[in-house]
Design a protein around this ligand. Structure first.
Ligand code: OGA
Ligand code: NI
Length: 386
């Protein structure tokens, strides 16, 4: 079970700060004047980075850009030709953006409505109640949390609630800590949601393999129920921030997984890096935002980049995103398939495991030095890769 794995134990030395809601209330009641230092991100992160020489052009470019949309309406029983077309569109989006939105997934509206209601129910609780779901020891990023980041020294202005869906679903134990009766409705909403998202994720992984002319199960075989893959659900809740322009909901990061599928509500906030600028992901009703994580970048031999993204916060409006993360089995060797490696060439990344990658991520947390991104260290030719 995940809790017993020593790689997770590295992450247990965490500083306990005031809850974000307490800070928000202190600001609103003028008990404190400015955001505590830990939430003040550097100007170049908070502001939109633009090419130094021509801001007007950058702004116009950003306004005209939007991440590709892939329509799955015709995927069920599709002819080879139609399926190929969809796969190519998805592959192109991943090569050019590392991101796309997917529409007409066939996931029933009720599944998303129920999970949305469940998330809102949780974050409407007073802090003491939410804290009953506080991260269990040795299980970083699970349960209820916020207050620190595993990817940066600054703290993002958000709260989360999450647990494993696979290999061992954690929702029931979590719900028992929060609700006396274990809230079966909440558990069911999350389980139905995870099962649907898992299916969608498997389909996307198949289509992406097909787009690279690889056997369709090249990636998806590692994510079926018996594979010991790590499937995690997470709600990100961005509570309004009275000093929204000084902080971020999530700092620039790439995802430490293979594939991320995110449902945002109708409030914008997610931004994707495109060259020197950030492109806001427009909320499309019913769409999921899909992005390539670090493992798929390595697995695609660098064809699909795991692109940096961030989330901003608003002064008055809250924002919720519901995410399903798919990470490989911890001990599986990640290596690009031979079909993607030219003759007499080596893969771009050396072989590594998710466990090894997490070890670096948690060590960064402990040392406070985030300059070494785990995936960069796996690139052949870098010091640590030898
Ligand atoms: C994440 C993430 C963005 C958002 O959870 O990794 O990038 O819009 N979330 O919530
Ligand atoms: Ni992310």
């Amino acid at each position: 079970m995940a809790t017993a794995e020593p790689i997770y134990q590295l992450a247990t030395t965490v500083q306990v700060y005031d809850n974000i809601r307490t800070v928000e209330a202190q600001l609103r009641n003028c008990k404190i004047e400015s955001l505590p230092e830990r939430y003040l991100w550097p100007a170049e992160v908070v502001e939109n980075p633009k090419p130094a020489n021509d801001e007007a052009v950058a702004k116009e470019e950003a306004q005209n850009l939007s991440i590709p949309v892939v329509d799955l309406a015709e995927i069920d029983g599709a002819s080879e030709e139609v399926r190929g077309k969809i796969a190519r569109a998805m592959g192109k989006a991943c090569e050019e953006w590392g991101f796309f939105q997917v529409i007409n997934t066939g996931i029933p509206t009720t599944v998303m409505d129920d999970v949305n209601t469940s998330a809102r129910e949780f974050f409407a609780f007073p802090v003491e109640q939410m804290e009953k779901a506080t991260e269990p020891p040795g299980k970083p990023l699970m349960g209820y949390g916020g207050r620190l980041s595993f990817l940066s020294s600054k703290v993002p202005w958000y709260e989360y609630l999450g647990e494993f869906h696979t290999p061992e679903p954690g929702v029931e134990a979590l719900a028992k800590n929060v609700w006396e009766d274990g809230n079966p409705r909440f558990c069911k909403a999350i389980t139905d949601y995870c099962n649907s998202l898992e299916q969608l994720g498997l389909l996307i992984l198949e289509l992406l393999a097909e787009s690279l002319n690889l056997p369709k199960d090249t990636y998806s075989q590692h994510f079926d129920k018996n594979s010991n893959y790590r499937g995690t659900w997470r709600f990100n809740y961005y509570t309004p921030c009275p000093k929204a322009t000084q902080t971020v909901g999530q700092g620039p990061h790439s995802d430490p997984d293979a594939l991320t599928i995110l449902r945002q509500d109708q409030v914008a906030g997610l931004q994707v890096r495109k060259g020197n600028t950030w492109v806001t992901v427009e909320p499309l009703p019913g769409a999921f935002v899909v992005n390539v994580g670090d493992f798929l970048q390595a697995w695609s031999n660098d064809r699909f980049p795991s692109v940096e993204h961030r989330a901003f916060v608003n002064e008055k409006t809250d924002r919720l995103s519901i995410v399903y993360f798919m990470s490989p089995p911890p001990m599986l060797n990640i290596e690009a398939p031979s079909g993607l490696i030219g003759e007499n060439q080596q893969s771009v990344f050396r072989t590594f495991t998710y466990a090894e990658y997490l070890g670096i991520m948690f060590k960064n947390r402990v040392t406070g030095d985030f300059s070494k991104k785990p995936l960069d260290l796996m690139r052949r030719g870098t010091e640590a890769a030898n």
